[in-house]
Design a protein around this ligand. Structure first.
Ligand code: 4NP
Length: 172
């Protein structure tokens, strides 16, 4: 983690209108609360909803916990993202596979040393939902949106602990 340019994290799901916008805002909240200089963004592996605001159901459930998703707009993950971001977080295992495929394209397109991004699951270090998929709430009921928030909060707290350990390692 450099002290000059902030560490950059990209949260990625399928549509970039339910899970990854929620993960973006929740992770940013916990990074800010711990005064971590980390940039957080989100994208989708698909281009189903370009420039769309997050799903109104995601917005409503998030707002009840104080998270404002209203200004976010969906975009598709690109090979350039592997140059810009340090860490790409997949919301489920299918997202993970699709992100790895695009990383391979980025490796073919650019020089190896230009690729910065590692890929991990959002739930990688989560003690409650360890390496579990963040279930897609899009076709489901309201409890799915609460589950997304519960799991994003739990996983984001675990990542913040990881980031704090990395900073300590660099400082020492
Ligand atoms: P997300 O949810 O990947 O969490 O944003 C979805 C949003 C839209 C669709 C699927 C999943 N869709 O098929 O349009």
């Amino acid at each position: 983690m450099s002290s000059h340019s902030p560490y950059k994290v990209l949260c990625v799901c399928l549509g970039n209108i339910c899970r990854s916008p929620t993960a973006e805002v929740v992770l940013r909240h916990f990074c800010d609360a711990h005064q971590l200089d980390i940039v957080v963004d989100s994208a989708g592996t698909s281009n189903y909803h370009p420039n769309k605001a997050p799903d109104p159901r995601s917005q409503q459930h998030a707002l009840k916990r104080g998270y404002d998703l209203s200004t976010l707009r969906a975009r598709q993950l690109t090979t350039q993202d592997f140059l810009e971001f340090d860490l790409i977080l997949a919301m489920d295992h299918e997202n993970f596979k699709n992100i790895q495929s695009l990383k391979q394209k980025a490796l073919n397109q650019y020089k190896t040393h230009q690729i910065r991004a590692s890929v991990a699951l959002m739930s990688e270090h989560d003690p409650v939902y360890k390496q579990q998929a963040l279930p897609d709430p899009y076709y489901g009921e309201t409890d799915g949106f609460e589950r997304v928030l519960d799991q994003c909060e739990s996983s984001a707290k675990a990542w913040v602990q990881m980031f704090k350990q990395q900073i300590r390692t660099v400082d020492q």
